[in-house]
Design a protein around this ligand. Structure first.
Ligand SMILES: Cc1ncc(COP(=O)(O)O)c(C=O)c1O
Length: 427
């Protein structure tokens, strides 16, 4: 059975096995609708009594192949592909949190997620408390309220690169009987499978390593199927859904209740659907994800070691380095490697950083991470520029911080390019 395969095999062959005469490759099903002969059968589709596609906003064969493979690789019970990583994060919260309710999140987040939580969700009446993920259990427990619905964190914080203390966060989630939602974009299922460490829901920006070639924006939610919604206080999953003529998600779909609700209720209403073409490319990306993640991680470690001994560099942060505060956690939760992103402080601050980035020839100045090609960015003036200085500091962004997304080129060429650009930044 393919769920028993190693992740490298799942990545290539998982969740799609063509019957005789069918295409070897998952096809791009560029169709909004699907034809049926019987009105009764179509009614059953709408009632979710039989499997099948009827409208691409709710599901599509190409997206389904991607969803099923990703769910398999994460060890979850189901997945929902979305139009962007931001859509996945938004829906993961909306699915169990509404106006008048609250959730807790680690403060070390991607800037877009920080804005979503600090600015947009509060406008919709959803309150958020940011906690320092290194705070004590008691301090984090203090952030909870009677109406707290979830706790959220990133496996590897972007761009702080702190590795999450899964044992602490999952213990807190269990004590408060709320799901632990993890953004595992930087780790991908090859480097870390959060469900094995107590997470209940995983979100991804597929735009990054899953695509891997900088072609498509997209995301996904994966359901671990391991949260007891009936044991918690989640009437939206256990009571009849009046917008779906009384459907009871837990009763009807058991462990897949959360992900079915996200699709048939939220995707139905909000339509954050991926294009089939993009799902095709994400599915292709998954084929080589294990190979690429190993190479990204090995290259990033080599670059981090080089930078650590470089006179123009004041500090380097990479969880794979012994000097990183999260190194022990990286060994525990990311045993195969710490992914491709590292940050460093350039001597001469933001001004030297500008010269450095403009002097790189192979490493491109790009607002992106997770591409096969190496790229570089100054978060304080780009991805995190809408945040106040205080918010930037809470996210781990300082003015001298340069973020490198180390690609899968030969590490000697990447290091040579960085070396010549650092030399120019000193002049
Ligand atoms: C960790 C993380 N989560 C989520 C997102 C948002 O993803 P997208 O750009 O696909 O909406 C990003 C984007 O950079 C990210 O780095």
């Amino acid at each position: 059975m393919s769920t028993q395969w190693k992740i490298e095999t799942q990545a290539v062959q998982g969740a799609y096995s063509p019957k005789p005469g069918e295409p070897r490759v998952v096809t791009i099903c560029q169709s909004t609708t699907f034809k049926y002969d019987s009105a009764d059968y179509m009614a059953k589709l709408f009632d979710l009594e039989v499997p099948g596609h009827f409208y691409t906003r709710l599901g599509n064969p190409t997206s389904e192949a991607f969803e099923q493979k990703l769910a398999m690789m994460e060890g979850g019970v189901g997945a929902l592909a979305t139009s962007a990583g931001q859509a996945a994060t938004t829906l993961s919260i909306f699915n169990i949190c509404q106006a008048g309710q609250h959730f807790v999140t680690a403060s070390t987040l991607y800037g877009g997620t920080y804005n979503l939580f600090a600015s947009t969700l509060p406008k919709m009446g959803i309150e958020v408390t940011f906690v320092d993920p290194e705070a004590s259990i008691d301090e984090i427990l203090n952030a909870f309220r009677p109406n707290t619905r979830a706790i959220f964190a990133e496996t590897i914080g972007n761009p702080g690169l702190n590795v999450l203390d899964f044992a602490k966060f999952s213990a807190i989630a269990k004590e408060k009987n709320v799901p632990l939602i993890i953004d595992s974009t930087f780790a991908t299922p090859y480097l870390c499978r959060p469900f094995e460490h107590g997470a209940n829901i995983v979100v991804h920006s597929a735009t990054k390593y899953i695509d891997g070639h900088a072609t498509s924006v997209g995301g996904a939610i994966v359901d671990g199927g391991n949260f007891d919604w009936e044991g918690g206080n989640y009437p939206e999953l256990t009571e009849p859904d009046t917008s779906y003529h009384g459907l009871q998600y837990v009763k009807t779909f058991g462990p897949a209740a959360y992900i079915v609700k996200a699709r048939v209720q939220l995707m139905r209403d909000l339509g954050m659907t991926p294009a089939p073409m993009n799902s095709f490319l994400f599915n292709q990306g998954l084929h080589t994800l294990p190979l690429r993640m190993q190479r990204h991680s090995d290259n990033a470690l080599a670059v981090a070691r080089f930078l650590e001994s470089h006179p123009s560099v004041s500090w380097v942060k990479y969880p794979g380095l012994e000097s990183h505060p999260s190194h022990d956690r990286a060994l525990k939760y990311l045993p195969l490697g710490s992914s491709g992103v590292l940050t460093f402080g350039i001597k001469g601050g933001a001004a030297a950083g500008k010269i450095f980035m403009e002097s790189c020839k192979l490493v491109a100045l790009v607002v992106h991470v997770g591409d096969a090609r190496s790229c570089v960015l100054h978060p304080a003036s780009t991805t995190h520029r809408q945040l106040t200085e205080e918010q930037q500091n809470a996210s781990g962004v300082t003015p001298d911080l340069i973020r490198l997304s180390v690609g899968i080129e030969h590490q000697d060429d990447i290091i040579a390019d960085i070396d010549q650009a650092l030399a120019l930044s000193r002049k």
